[in-house]
Design a binder for this molecule. Structure first.
Ligand SMILES: [Zn+2]
Ligand SMILES: [Zn+2]
Length: 278
């Protein structure tokens, strides 16, 4: 499996010289089977623009799976040139909550936006994803509902049969209680998604110190992400969904604080590629 990390920010893009190393695009990962073209996109934040470049001008043929419908996970959708292309075939899944195209049209239609989802060029299917395991583009995709704020939100566990990644981009485990360290519960769905995975991408919008004042916004802290990785036996955790004001230097110092965490802790950086050979 190959994973292109295309967008790593939460909430809003973060351009500027203090953000160039970790990147300013909002949430998006692109997956491919070994040696094959990108076929599975997780979330359509502004990072999805980079996915078009990966295809070298060819139209996208594959699936986009949205974890939920907040702006930072959907605002790149109309700017995904390889999908908005007469030759594309795009299946788009969102967590089931009524007709997916109608729900998407609420933010993507005039007067909010010039076009509707139905006006994207190519062959698009708008589909509803239920919790459970679904076979998508040759991957096994386990979707489970996780607590967040303001809309149904899924975390994903994705496997090609050999290697497995977990993706919990927006997650508010304190909704279920303080947990052993006061940073949120290591609840059943989070553990099932992350269990023994090769790489865990996890919401780390806040520092542990910031959490008490910010938890009402629906996110997790860095310490929870690391704690979950250890509790679930993940091999490696990538702090993800960085707070927009968090500078490169601040992210470096957060990661440095986990040198002896007992699990490999890194911060997800836009524009990087993670090869997980099967
Ligand atoms: Zn988000
Ligand atoms: Zn969100």
């Amino acid at each position: 499996m190959r994973v292109w990390v295309c967008g790593v920010r939460g909430s809003t893009p973060a351009p500027g010289p203090e953000f160039v190393r970790y990147g300013g695009h909002t949430s998006c990962l692109v997956l491919a089977h070994d040696g094959e073209r990108p076929s599975l996109v997780l979330d359509a934040g502004t990072g999805i623009r980079l996915a078009s470049a990966l295809l070298g001008g060819r139209p996208f043929e594959g699936t986009i799976v949205l974890s939920h419908l907040h702006w930072d996970h959907t605002e790149g959708l109309p700017f995904f040139g390889a999908g908005d292309n007469p030759g594309s075939r795009v299946d788009l899944y969102a967590p089931a909550q009524g007709d997916t195209e109608t729900v998407l049209s609420r933010f993507m239609s005039p007067p909010h936006f010039p076009i509707t989802p139905g006006e994207l060029r190519g062959s698009w299917s708008f589909l509803a994803l239920e919790p459970g395991e679904t076979r998508i583009e040759g991957f096994s995709v386990l979707a489970l509902e996780i607590p967040h704020k303001g809309g149904r939100t899924f975390g994903f566990r994705i496997s090609d049969g050999q290697v497995t990644i977990a993706y919990l981009a927006d997650h508010c485990p304190t909704n279920l209680g303080p947990g052993p360290a006061g940073l949120g519960e290591y609840h059943e769905a989070a553990l099932a998604l992350a269990w023994g995975c090769d790489v865990l991408f996890h919401d780390a919008q806040y520092t542990d110190e910031e959490l008490a004042a910010k938890a009402y916004l629906g996110h997790a802290s860095c310490g929870y992400a690391v704690g979950l990785a250890k509790a679930a036996g993940a091999r490696r955790v990538l702090l993800y969904h960085h707070d927009p004001p968090r500078t490169d230097d601040q992210i470096d110092s957060i990661v440095a604080g986990y040198e002896r965490a007992g699990v490999l802790v890194e911060a997800a950086a836009g524009g990087t590629v993670i090869d997980l050979p099967s």
